[in-house]
Structure formats: structure tokens, C-alpha cells
Design a protein around this ligand. Structure first.
Ligand SMILES: Nc1ncnc2c1ncn2[C@@H]1O[C@H](COP(=O)(O)OP(=O)(O)OP(=O)(O)O)[C@@H](O)[C@H]1O
Length: 373
């Protein structure tokens, strides 16, 4: 049977936000057999019995009613806990800064959820992500969303051929402003809803309080890069490289500039700080990464040039990638980079195409290399 929109079933991941609402609306208008599914991954009932997932589901219900599509709910709390939250805590325990959104896309949205959608007879899973999929030279490719400010390929870097062959991103070719306009024109209940923020599925939290309820805090010394004692930290897990706020130490001494986190010594439990947001200690020339993943199944050269992002929304940086054994790589930067953070993702691009990504393990200065020869 020839596939037409009418006989193509698409499950849309409905978050109760404007993006997934418009994704579902557009697919329905194109004639697809659309089903909306809301995923619950976290029990977020607070001490007052208030639960944002319930409010979001209420929005999903209203919007699906307006669009005229059936809707269901699935629960992946256990999978989220086992595959995303456990990793999240483990990374913090190691003094690293994890990226739960990347892991959630890999393990939940485009694994557990996609599998469930296919079990329900869907041909595709669609989401409101700002990214595009195309088929070129015998393979699926993931391209950046055309709205540069909203492009979400950074978080989707772990998808592969199997996922992309079953994925639709109906908003990838639209600017966000147009998505809002479409929602307003259609009178969708979520048209004016604010974009979601905070930790993936867990939402906006007092980060310190939240983390301390899962991991014991281990206070220790704050020292300058010259070893001078500057104060006490509440636990290394609360701090990220390049961070300025929340150190509890004023300027006033030395150069008078504010203090920044420049290093963490997990073994000795010391937080290292230096003055000035552009301090030399914050910069590195290359990084080592693990768990390298390529979206294409074609063989990757041992060394190649491309661009990379080391954090979401960073402009692309020129790099040379050297593949290493055991799925590792070394990434050499054209220009020194600030605050390369272990645990975060490095994501590779060739023009519009997202090539894949890896987990940053270590930032390295060229001077360290020379010193060790
Ligand atoms: N609870 C959920 N259930 C099902 N799908 C979800 C859920 N949360 C997010 N998604 C899917 O993942 C996409 C990206 O999620 P993200 O958290 O980045 O939301 P967003 O960009 O604010 O989008 P939205 O406006 O749809 O909330 C959503 O557009 C939606 O398709």
C-alpha cells in the first residue's frame, strides 16, 4: 500500500507547551493520522499537593480536543529514574556537570517513548524540537532548525539512523515567532504559554536544595590557584567551571576583580578560584571526550576538520577531531576555549548538518602537554 498522510500514523509527544501543540496541529492539517501522547517521568507533587505535570496534562487534553486528535498518557518514571536521574546523580558525585536533556532524548524520548509509539502502530514519532531530518546519499541526516536561536540539535546529538528514520520534527523549518502566531491564529489553549525551563522533566527547582536531598554535601576549602585559603564551599557538586555567583567571597583583594571557579580537585575536595572572568586558568586548547556517537553509519576518518559547540547556544568553533581507541576522541580547538566543562556534551557540525557528539571528559592546555614531555 502506498503511504499517504491519511494512512500514516504519527504519535506526537505532547508536553502541554506551545511547540508540541503546533507540531500536532500542522500534522493534523497535513492529513496525518495523529495521536497525542503525554509522558509522565517525574512525580513532582510538592508539599502543598501541587503538581505541574497535572497542569501540563490538562493543557494537553484541551489542545488535543481543539485539534481533534485522541490523546493518551504514558508513565516512564522508572525508566527516567534508572537511565537519566541515576546518571545525573553519578556525574555530580564525580564532580562533573551532567547534561540530563541529552540523556533524556537518548534514553527516554527517542528510546522508551519511541518504542512505545511504534508498539502502538505508529509509523513516526513527532516532537516540537527545532531540528530537521532529511534523507541524503542513502542516509538520514539531522540538520539544525532554521531558527538559529531555537536550534535544539545540541540536545539531540545522540540520535542515530534507527531513530531518525522514524522521527518527524514539524517545526524545524519555522521560526519560533511563526509557531506562536500559528498557535494564536488557531486559538490553541497553549498559545501564550511560557517556554519550559529548568531540569528536563523535573522543572524549575532550587538547585542546591534539590541536589542536597539526593546527595550528601561534602563541604571543603576554597583556594586560589596559588593555594591561598579563601573560604569554604558547601560541596563541589554545587559549582560549575566558570561560575561567578554563589561563592560567598567578595572582590576587594588582589586585582579587585570578582572571583570565578576555575577548577575542582575532587580527590582533595578543593574548589579553585581565580580573579577575572577571563583568567588564563579558565582557558584550554583541546579536550578529550568519551562515548563518541556519530549519526551517520558511514566510516569516520581518523582525523578531520569540522565545527563544534561545547555548550548550548555557543557559536560554532573550528576544531580538528582525532579519533582514539575505545570510542574516545581528542578535539583540538582553533582558538582557546573558556570553561570547557567535564560531563557536558561536545557536539559536532558540518555546516547545517549535526554529525554527532561525545561527552567531555577533560580539558587540556597545550602548556600542560609540553610540561609532561
Ligand atoms: N511530557 C512530555 N510528554 C511528551 N512529549 C514531551 C513531553 N515533554 C517534552 N516532550 C516533547 O519534546 C519536545 C521538546 O521538549 P522541550 O522540553 O524542549 O520543550 P519545548 O521546546 O518547551 O516544547 P513545548 O513548547 O512543546 O513544551 C516537545 O516539543 C515535545 O514534543
Amino acid at each position: 500500500m502506498n503511504k499517504t498522510p491519511e494512512n500514516t500514523r504519527v504519535v506526537v509527544g505532547m508536553s502541554g507547551g506551545v511547540d508540541s501543540s503546533v507540531a500536532a496541529l500542522l500534522l493534523k492539517q497535513q492529513g496525518y493520522d495523529v495521536i497525542g501522547i503525554f509522558m509522565k517521568n517525574w512525580d513532582d507533587t510538592d508539599e502543598f499537593g501541587h503538581c505541574t505535570a497535572e497542569e501540563d496534562y490538562e493543557d494537553v487534553r484541551r489542545v488535543c480536543g481543539q485539534i481533534g486528535i485522541p490523546y493518551y498518557t504514558v508513565n516512564f518514571e522508572k525508566e527516567y529514574w534508572d537511565r537519566v536521574f541515576t546518571y545525573f546523580l553519578d556525574e555530580y558525585k564525580k564532580g562533573r556537570t551532567p547534561n540530563p536533556d541529552v540523556m533524556c532524548n537518548k534514553e527516554i524520548k527517542f528510546k522508551a517513548f519511541l518504542e512505545r509509539a511504534l508498539d502502538l502502530g505508529a509509523d513516526y514519532l513527532a516532537t516540537g524540537h527545532y531540528a530537521r531530518v532529511d534523507f541524503y546519499d542513502g542516509e538520514y541526516r539531522m540538520l539544525r532548525g532554521v531558527d538559529e536561536k531555537k536550534d535544539q540539535t545540541y540536545f539531540l546529538n545522540q540520535l542515530g539512523q534507527a531513530q531518525l528514520s522514524r522521527t518527524m520534527f514539524p517545526l524545524g523549518h519555522l521560526p519560533k515567532t511563526e509557531v506562536r502566531e500559528i498557535a494564536l491564529k488557531a486559538g490553541l489553549a497553549t498559545a501564550k504559554k511560557k517556554d519550559s525551563t529548568g531540569i528536563c522533566f523535573i522543572g524549575e527547582r532550587n538547585f542546591k536544595e534539590f541536589l542536597s536531598s539526593y546527595l550528601p554535601a561534602n563541604p571543603g576549602d576554597i583556594r586560589t590557584v596559588n593555594g591561598e585559603l579563601k573560604g569554604r564551599h558547601d560541596g563541589l557538586m554545587y559549582y560549575t567551571l566558570g561560575q561567578r555567583q554563589g561563592l560567598g567571597i567578595g572582590g576587594g583583594t588582589g586585582t579587585g576583580e570578582p572571583w570565578f571557579v576555575v577548577d575542582k580537585d575532587v580527590k582533595q575536595n578543593i574548589l579553585y578560584v581565580a580573579q577575572g572572568g577571563d583568567h588564563d586558568r579558565l582557558y584550554s586548547d583541546r579536550l578529550e571526550a568519551t562515548d563518541v556517537h556519530w549519526i551517520s553509519d558511514k566510516e569516520v576518518p581518523a582525523t578531520f576538520r569540522c565545527t563544534a559547540k561545547f555548550r548550548y547556544r555557543q557559536p560554532d568553533q573550528g576544531v580538528t577531531v582525532h579519533m582514539k581507541p575505545d570510542n574516545c576522541c581528542e578535539v583540538v580547538f582553533d582558538e582557546p576555549q573558556r570553561a570547557i566543562t567535564p560531563g557536558q556534551a561536545v557536539v559536532f557540525y558540518k555546516d547545517e548538518v549535526c554529525l554527532g557528539g561525545a561527552t567531555i571528559d577533560k580539558a587540556i592546555k597545550n602548556s600542560e602537554l609540553k610540561a609532561s614531555i
